[in-house]
Design a protein around this ligand. Sequence first.
Ligand code: AMP
Ligand code: MG
Length: 348
Amino acid sequence: MKISGFPASGRLKKLLCLLLPGLLLVSLTSSCSDRKEKIFRKSRILMDTLVTISVVADSGEKAEKAMERAFDEIASLDGTLNFFSGRSEVSLINRNAGVSPVEVSPSTIDLLTKALSASEKTEGAFDATIGPEIALWDFAAGRMPDDKTVRARLPLVNYKRLRVDRERSTAYLSERGMSIDLGAIAKGYAADRAVEELKELGIGAGLVSVAGDIKGFGLKPDGGAWKIGIRNPRATGADDIMATIELRDEAVSTSGDYERYFIKDGKRYHHILDPGTGYPSPWCRSVTVIAKDGVDADSFSTAVFVMGPERGMDVLRTMGFEGVIVDREGKVHVTPALRDRIEFQRNH
Ligand code: AMP
Ligand code: MG
């Protein structure tokens, strides 16, 4: 899914990089218990990335059915939120910017409402109306826009000009040229929705990962928690894990400056933009957020990345979320309650 404002070309090439998301699934070997429950796992390319679902079940048939339903749910969101498909609801909203409100499905209203709430709570550091700025950058080709254009488009980035009417089920961008890009929130939301489907089909434990946005529930058959690896943002290999965390009915997301970027004249230009400047935010290398819901972990990992370590830690505290920030110098900041739960690897 082109949920973010990147051209289709080069995205599949990028897929290999997405196999190395900020969060890595570890310890997923199947193990049997007295109850004969096992872990079943399946992956699929959806939302233009690798989606992996693991479920604990006592029969392959039950697991298969539940995983298919969860994949279908993600595929359906993909169709609704796809940035480039002319038929998606997001495209419809974008095409009608400054023209008229458009009617969209309840789940799009739900997600846009959550996006607006994240903007309000982060003083606009998260802003789903980043579309006009993100469209100027081509990270795959290493092309940066000229400064005049970046500045000219800044007034088009303003979440306050995105009007969501829940009663009428409509969304409206009030200025021509505005556009929504849900790349920083949709994957976490999709993980939430997939988990809901799994639970509805009677699955008591599982893990859904949409690239670096992961949601876990229940325990593995051996009674252990799902273990997640946080990638070293300056990793040289795919398995360079900085730390591990056990997930307890919660979601975890990482935003990193290593996911889509290029280096020009010794400077790194990456895909997480400061909505106030239109340029990549310079304060962090990676931010991992743990929250109950994937939609929060995803949107706040992006927002905290933009806010930087000081304001970022404040907002995590206010929201009651946990997190790990690797700042621009490589210094690691961990929220107090997470310090007992996080396990750093030797040499980190
Ligand atoms: P994530 O990897 O979740 O941090 O999402 C990054 C993606 O979200 C980028 O590729 C853009 O499509 C979009 N994005 C970039 N900067 C922002 C921002 N400040 N607020 C909201 N979305 C953003
Ligand atoms: Mg995000």
